[in-house]
Design a protein. Structure first.
Length: 294
């Protein structure tokens, strides 16, 4: 067995916990999507995610679950952070939705985005198909060790060529990604403005450490992200918008210091309910079938 292979196996063992919680988060999104129906509010969808995960042992969060319906999937007229929180917006047939959840389980963090619609929505279907190119671009340029700020700009340019608006720029600091890490496991952890206190503490420590060394745990269009990819786990979330419809994916990208390009960066899991052969035959949580059967 070569050293490179042994190193890969060691990393795989270390990452098993993060892969497990990321799959748990997607299972939650699929289960909740299958239960969505006309009249459900964003607040109810967010509560359904919390309850599903708590029933399976989740007691901490990077952030509490979000749900966005209709033109809120494209962050239409979002101006302040409070607008990200779930509202009384009700779901209607044909309406797009995004579920965004970030559980911490057994000390490992996931942060995922799950886009779907209640019945057919050709615009969102096209957005989801075109996100594949962003997934490929991001991985390729991270492996090339391009500065994060430059990769962000390339994602922007690709969106313009596709005819879309950049909606992740509406997030705080305009981030397309942020680092995630292990957090100290507790039976219960408080949260502040919807974010887990332990996770915020870890992100702040990373920010301070990175500032001293010239890197940031936030991947943004600003100068503090003008550095090569830093080894670690990055929750990456390119978010496309088109005329009041939004779609995104969010999943973990693993970055290492390996000189082997394929091992220097890779997606944590290629068998997720989007962006894979499984995704192409997947009917988002059964919600399409429900709408078409009516």
């Amino acid at each position: 067995m070569t050293t490179a292979v042994a190193s890969k196996e060691e990393r795989t063992t270390e990452l098993q916990g993060f892969r497990r919680v990321q799959r748990l988060a997607y299972e939650c999104a699929e289960a909740v999507a299958a239960r969505l129906e006309p009249g459900i509010t964003e607040r109810e969808a967010a509560r359904m995610q919390r309850e599903w995960l708590r029933a399976r042992g989740v007691r901490d969060w990077f952030h509490l679950p979000f749900a966005w319906f209709g033109d809120r999937t494209a962050f239409t007229d979002f101006r302040i952070p409070l607008q990200f929180f779930p509202t009384d917006r009700r779901l209607a047939p044909g309406m797009p939705f995004i579920l965004d959840l970030a559980p911490v389980y057994e000390g490992c963090t996931a942060d995922i985005g799950y886009s779907g619609s209640l019945g057919p929505n050709p615009v969102q279907d096209r957005l989801m198909a075109d996100l594949e190119a962003h997934r490929e671009l991001i991985l390729r340029e991270v492996r090339e060790r391009r500065p994060l700020r430059e990769i962000y700009e390339d994602v922007d340019r690709l969106m313009v060529r596709q005819g879309y608006a950049n909606r992740h720029r509406a997030y705080p600091f305009g981030v397309i990604a942020h680092k995630v890490d292990r957090v100290k496991q507790r039976h219960w952890s408080p949260h502040l403005f919807g974010f887990g206190a332990q996770s915020l503490k870890g992100l702040a420590a990373d920010a301070l450490h990175g500032h001293r060394e010239g890197w940031s745990p936030l991947w943004s269009p600003y100068r503090f992200s003008d550095h090569p990819p830093t080894p670690g786990l990055w929750a990456v979330e390119p978010h496309l918008g088109f005329r009041g419809t939004g779609a995104k994916f969010e999943e973990i990208l693993v970055v290492t210091d390996s000189r082997d390009p394929e091992q220097s960066a890779y997606w944590l899991d290629d068998d997720l309910p989007w962006g894979s052969p499984r995704a192409r035959s997947f009917e988002r949580g059964g919600v399409r079938r429900w709408a078409e059967d009516k």
